[in-house]
Design a protein around this ligand. Structure first.
Ligand SMILES: [Fe+2]
Length: 120
């Protein structure tokens, strides 16, 4: 069996640490969600990578996409061009039943990172 605990591209990277205790890699990659209820069962959800510490955004190193899920239910995906788009996206989400929201961001050099779960 191959050891992969130090392989950023194996699985999904996640930390339980509070932002002030995160290392620089965690701060730069962990997606952050902001939610606002805008109607009955309707929410505006902003997802940003680099909220705690700015992530590079050049042709060699950038966030390629953000995805949003409600539990295991796919909500949406935003794909970014390097330099020309900042790694943040806003989704309008309609949910008739609620699971915690979770976002994923993918860096071309450092793999996929998961946000904390956010209850609605
Ligand atoms: Fe990165």
């Amino acid at each position: 069996m191959t050891e992969c605990e130090n392989d950023l591209f194996c699985g999904v990277n996640y930390t339980e640490r509070d932002p002030e205790d995160m290392d620089a890699l965690e701060k730069k990659h962990t997606p952050v969600l902001e939610t606002e209820e805008i109607g009955e069962n309707t929410y505006r959800v902003k997802v940003k990578v680099g909220e705690y510490k700015e992530h590079p955004n050049d042709h060699n190193h950038f966030i390629q996409f953000i995805e949003l899920y409600s539990g295991r239910t796919f909500i949406g995906r935003a794909t970014f061009a390097s330099e020309r788009a900042d790694p943040e996206a806003t989704f309008v989400v309609n949910l008739d039943h609620k699971h915690p929201l979770v976002a994923y961001g993918h860096c071309n050099l450092h793999g996929t990172w998961r946000s904390r779960e956010v209850d609605l």
